[in-house]
Ligand binder design. Structure first.
Ligand SMILES: *[C@@H]1O[C@H](CO)[C@@H](O)[C@H](O)[C@H]1NC(C)=O
Ligand SMILES: *[C@@H]1O[C@H](CO)[C@@H](O)[C@H](O)[C@H]1NC(C)=O
Length: 389
């Protein structure tokens, strides 16, 4: 039996060498004849390498399907981050994505002199592959002269690979990547504020830790801020499937609103906004509120409006708070439809909220209502009477 296996190995290996020889023979017999031909036969080889690259798992934003045999393991791993970690780990950190922009966006020309930006990314126990794919997509798809630095703010993660391993890894990247550690679990808002305080760019761009920026995402955002520094801009948020990591283009026909429970909601862009833009969908949409994960803001304007409400805990409500603050402090909030950034949307949060999820969000929403809503806060208290303290 053993001998049989041994024979098979020997046979397979020699077969491989025979194939290599045949390849080499064919290659050289053809190429040595003239240099011109050499060039021509090299090109297909190169092309093959490139196209193989585009055929790796998840390349061009394609879905990754896990074979049946690995499904049990996949389900186990899913629980760690509430997304398909096995799929994410199979995909290259620099995977290719489709160009999902409107045709009119692809030919737009932006001024050379744009403000530069720091990109601030807060993470808490994020997966290695999603965090670094975010960083790579920023570095590979942004003109480097516009990218001041990437700042990773660690909100007291417990995973070992996010400590020294991460620090050593980012040292080799082409753009300065700074890591800031919160001493204790502080929540999104306070961690973002720390990142903003440490940043040097003229614009601050906040991203979530499981995003992928697409071709040309940054220039239209910065160009809009250059035109009007009081404009706070969001990209279109594309959907990265939490099950397959498939990349799906988001719509330019929805914008942000809210209901009287003070939940953020997407709504269709109304006709008046289409009319204001004379039907040109490549122009920015004025949006009442933003989802909050991804936006760019002029640093000085951010300080002028008093940054975030640092009294808010962990997560929830801060996106509406920032939206109300911007509109009521002389600014405006827009979705720049030529800029696309993908985001992994999860069905459940993997995070623990010290004090309980409901309690934290209620507290944040009460602050939002009391500070910014004047008499309209009554709608909130009528809909949610138990929220009054
Ligand atoms: C990703 O990086 C690898 C290694 O540097 C490179 O060979 C590959 O072409 C890159 N992929 C894309 C899609 O740029
Ligand atoms: C960003 O732009 C400002 C103003 O032009 C400049 O002083 C600064 O050096 C730039 N920062 C980086 C990192 O390019």
């Amino acid at each position: 039996m053993r001998r049989f296996v041994y024979c098979k190995v020997v046979l397979a290996t020699s077969l491989m060498w025979v194939l290599v020889d045949v390849f080499l023979l064919l290659y050289f017999s053809e190429c040595n004849k003239c240099d011109d031909k050499k060039e021509r036969s090299l090109l297909p080889a190169l092309r093959a390498v490139i196209s193989r690259n585009q055929e790796g798992p998840g390349e061009m934003g394609k879905a990754v399907l896990i074979p049946k045999d690995d499904q049990e393991k996949m389900k186990e791993l899913f629980k760690i981050n509430q997304f398909n970690l096995m799929a994410s780990d199979l995909i290259a950190l620099n995977r290719s994505l489709p160009d999902v922009r409107l045709e009119g966006c692809k030919t737009k020309v932006y001024p050379d002199e744009l403000p530069n930006t720091s990109v601030v990314i807060v993470f808490h126990n994020e997966a290695w592959s999603t965090l670094l794919r975010t960083v790579y997509s920023v570095i590979n798809r942004s003109p480097h002269y516009l990218l001041s630095e990437v700042i990773l703010v660690d909100d007291a993660s417990e995973r070992d690979f996010l400590k020294l391993t991460l620090e050593n890894y980012v040292k080799n990247l082409e753009v300065p990547v700074k890591i800031i550690r919160m001493e204790e679990r502080s929540g999104l808002i306070r961690a973002r504020l720390r990142g903003a305080a440490a940043s040097k760019g003229q614009v601050i761009t906040f991203l979530d830790a499981h995003c992928e920026c697409t071709l040309g995402w940054l220039e239209p955002l910065l160009a809009r801020i250059k035109e009007d520094r009081k404009t706070v801009v969001c990209p279109i948020i594309d959907v990265i499937s939490d099950d397959t990591f498939e990349y799906m283009a988001g719509s330019d026909m929805t914008y942000g609103g809210f209901n009287w429970k003070l939940n953020f909601r997407w709504y269709p862009v109304p006709q008046r906004e289409m009319d204001r833009r004379k039907g040109d969908r490549t122009l920015p949409v004025r949006t009442p509120t933003m989802a909050g994960g991804l936006f760019s803001i002029d640093r000085n304007y951010f300080e002028e409006i008093g940054t975030y409400d640092a009294g808010m805990d962990i997560w929830g409500g801060e996106n509406l708070e920032m939206s109300f603050r911007i509109w009521q402090c002389g600014g405006s909030l827009e979705i720049v439809t030529c800029s696309h950034v993908g985001h992994v949307f999860r069905k459940a949060t993997p995070y623990t909220f010290p004090g309980g999820t409901g309690h934290v969000i209620n507290k944040n929403n009460r602050r939002l209502a009391e500070v910014w809503m004047d008499e309209f806060k009554d709608f909130f208290y009528i809909i949610s009477p138990d929220k009054k303290c």
